[in-house]
Design a protein around this ligand. Structure first.
Ligand code: SF4
Length: 329
């Protein structure tokens, strides 16, 4: 859950998850849609699917016991070198290095490394340094009984709390005397990172189509962003798009009554800045479920996993819309 996500965002998800799926065994046999529902809103949904695959491997091949060898942890779906190193050092006190954004900042500044940490040779040098430090901690016992665990956590915390990207709190730093970047006045210049890629703007229209109390939704296919999550039918709008009512007709595969604008939702996915314009309409002729599309009532919609933006649109499907409920209070 913590990959690409801050601790404060994760905590409520973690608590809810642990109440419902507290063991690898319960996760391994859970319904895939329930797993996605518990993850709903956290984004990067591949993590949830990988977590379940890993639980199934642990239950099957590892007979219910979490592997302890670095290579076996690394072989689990969704676990890369950093996560495997973090698990083996923090949980099992093994001398396995970690290198995330926080640790990169600490190491490049501490050793005055000017190269770009994303370039191969600099990255390899940083992994080697992180490996030397944790091996040294294991041999010397400098960090107490759980040397490797404590050293790696200390570097992560130092990067998160003091050695921040801008205006680091060097005056409070316990390694300030050894820090090359501080000594040479290069704290703000290190690490030397590429400029972030500028986000691309994209515009979509989503249609909340109703027919006798049911709404048309569809499940996203495998292999795309937000795979297997549910959404309202939608289409990207470009300069060459057809008029909106024709777009709606194509997407809904039916002739909609007039389109009422509902709301505009702005959000960002990876490098895209997305504007989602939502419209409500009525379909007079009852249509069958086709392909991944389903006509479902509010109670059925509520239990499905939706993408974050589409979950906001669900409020408009409630038998008593949000505004009416607010007026009643
Ligand atoms: S002295 Fe400043 S720049 Fe150096 S490691 Fe500490 S917080 Fe980071």
């Amino acid at each position: 859950m913590l990959q690409q996500t801050q601790v404060k965002t994760v905590i409520p998800y973690w608590n809810r998850w642990m109440r419902q799926l507290p063991t690898a065994a319960s996760l391994a046999k859970a319904d895939g849609e329930r797993v996605l529902k518990l993850w709903e809103g956290l984004g990067y949904y591949t993590r949830a699917r990988n977590l379940q695959k890993a639980a199934q491997i642990i239950q099957g091949q590892c007979r219910g016991k979490f592997p302890e060898r670095f290579e076996d942890v690394l072989a689990l779906p969704g676990i890369g070198r950093y996560t495997a190193g973090a698990i083996c050092s923090i949980a099992f006190n093994q001398p396995t290095p970690i290198l995330d954004g926080n640790v990169i900042r600490v190491l490049t500044r501490l050793f005055g490394i000017a190269g770009n940490p994303r370039e191969k040779s600099t990255n390899a040098r940083l992994w080697a340094l992180a490996g030397d430090l944790v091996s040294c901690a294991a041999k010397t016992g400098v960090c107490g009984d759980w040397n490797c665990s404590h050293l790696n956590q200390a570097m992560m915390e130092l990067g998160a709390l003091l050695c921040s990207p801008s205006q680091p709190k060097c005056e409070l730093c316990p390694i300030a005397a050894q820090c090359v970047a501080r000594r040479t006045g290069r704290v703000e210049a290190i690490p030397h990172l590429n400029r972030p890629v500028r986000a691309t703007a994209r515009r979509f229209a989503a249609f909340i189509a109703e027919n006798r109390g049911c709404f048309l939704v569809r499940q996203r296919p495998a292999g795309v962003v937000n795979a297997h999550l549910w959404e309202f039918p939608n289409a990207e709008l470009t300069a060459n798009s057809l008029p909106l009512n024709q777009v709606a007709e194509l997407v809904l595969q039916a002739t909609p009554a007039d389109l009422q604008p509902l709301c505009v939702i702005r959000h960002t996915i990876t490098r895209y800045r997305i504007t989602l314009e939502a419209y409500r309409t009525t379909i007079n002729r009852r249509l069958p479920n086709v392909g991944r599309g389903r006509w479902l009532a509010w109670e059925e919609l509520e239990v499905l996993p939706f993408t974050s933006a589409n979950r906001k649109l669900l409020g408009f499907c409630h038998p008593r819309p949000k505004d009416a409920r607010r007026r009643d209070k």
